[in-house]
Design a protein around this ligand. Structure first.
Ligand code: KG4
Ligand code: ZN
Length: 342
């Protein structure tokens, strides 16, 4: 069964064709990140406008690369939440038009469920249950994947998402946007013990908090500026990255133990971080757990993961009609079958 996936929740306009939730026949991603970098972060209005311009060409290319027409796919899957509302609406409307013109089922997909499904593209043998850290620019969830369409969120960030913390700290250090790759690159020339940073407290045992860490970095930068002292930017980037990777992997292991999971996974844009991947590998090996990492090409936003999850949603009977809306927020545990007005 072939699904066309469409993703426009943030600054990537993406389309892909995936067979049976596992085999990627095509994956096209157009990003407005370079333009967004001029403003130091995402400007929602710009993201929406770039989606409008790019979506037709991106979908056409994904179909052509896969050697199919819209008539040749079995269903159209689209990210319906969460994300920038104006950006989501572009993808949802386009998917509606295409699905109904071609007479195909329309399958709404939760973006974070999509990030989880990116693991199926990378590891053909992986099947639930497993425990997954989904760490992106907007979210940071410890999720027990009970089966393909049932999820239990064990913990989450209580303030900034992990990627958001990277982005804000990179901005403070003058390293540009997006912050994750910039901090990672700068950290290579620095020592992870250059600065002692706090471990912010979080309410639940599997919750995380990054706001205090971000403030600590800002204070160090401000103090250095006020005293006219040079800031060790690579050292601060390395110390910050070490702290975030330590927090995320410690909680991953604790959540895995509590959930009784023998397999742990990393997905989402932040899962591209090489220190995070390395620490997760070391700690999983020590605990005797299997670790599955999302391939780098599917860690950031893409539509192959949406088509993959769409296959499982469709198989569970989760389709939508022409009144499908988009939502800036939506809990990943909840199916879209419930109608909601906001
Ligand atoms: O999943 P994603 O592409 O989009 C969202 O759904 O938000 O994640 C984007 C986030 C950004 O905050 C970016 O700075 C972060 O992922 N990121 C990284 C790395 N590459 C991207 N964070 C840490 N290390 C990286 N290598
Ligand atoms: Zn994402």
């Amino acid at each position: 069964m072939k699904l066309l996936g469409i993703e426009t929740s943030c600054d990537e306009t993406a389309a892909a064709v995936v067979e049976d939730g596992r085999r990627v026949l095509s994956s096209v991603v157009a990003s407005s990140v370079e333009e967004q970098a001029l403003y130091g972060g995402i400007v929602p209005e710009i993201a929406s406008r770039r989606h409008i311009e790019a979506i037709s060409g991106v979908v056409e290319k994904a179909l052509a690369d896969a050697g199919v027409t819209a008539q040749g796919v079995d269903a159209v899957a689209v990210t319906a939440a969460p994300g920038l509302i104006g950006a989501l609406l572009v993808g949802v409307n386009f998917a509606k038009g295409l699905a109904f013109a071609a007479g195909k089922p329309l399958v709404p997909v939760h973006h974070l469920r999509g990030h989880v499904a990116s693991l199926y593209l990378t590891h053909p043998g992986l099947a639930p249950p497993f425990l997954c850290l989904v760490a992106s620019g907007g979210h940071c969830h410890y999720v027990r994947v009970d089966d393909y369409t049932h999820f239990t969120v064990l913990g989450r960030t209580v303030d900034d998402a992990a990627g958001e913390a990277f982005d804000k700290v990179a901005r403070t250090l003058g390293l540009g946007y997006p912050g994750g790759p910039a901090i990672s690159a700068a950290a290579q020339a620095g020592s992870p013990t250059a600065y002692t940073l706090p471990t912010p407290k979080a309410p639940g045992p599997y919750d995380v908090s990054f706001s205090g860490l971000k403030t600590a970095v800002m204070n160090l930068a401000n103090q250095a500026a006020m005293k006219g002292e040079a800031l060790d930017v690579p050292g601060l980037a390395a110390s910050f990255q070490q702290k975030v990777a330590d927090i995320l992997t410690d909680k991953l292991m604790a959540a895995a133990a509590a959930a009784g999971s023998r397999t742990v996974c990393l997905a989402g844009g932040v899962a591209a971080n090489s220190l995070l991947r390395q620490l997760a590998a070391e700690k999983a090996a020590l605990a005797g757990l299997a670790l599955k990492l999302c391939a780098l090409e599917y860690s950031g936003d893409n539509a192959a993961m949406i088509a993959a999850q769409g296959y499982y949603e469709y198989s569970a009977g989760h389709t939508a009609g022409p009144a499908l809306n988009a939502w800036a927020t939506w809990p990943m545990e909840e199916d879209f079958s419930t109608s909601r007005q906001d």
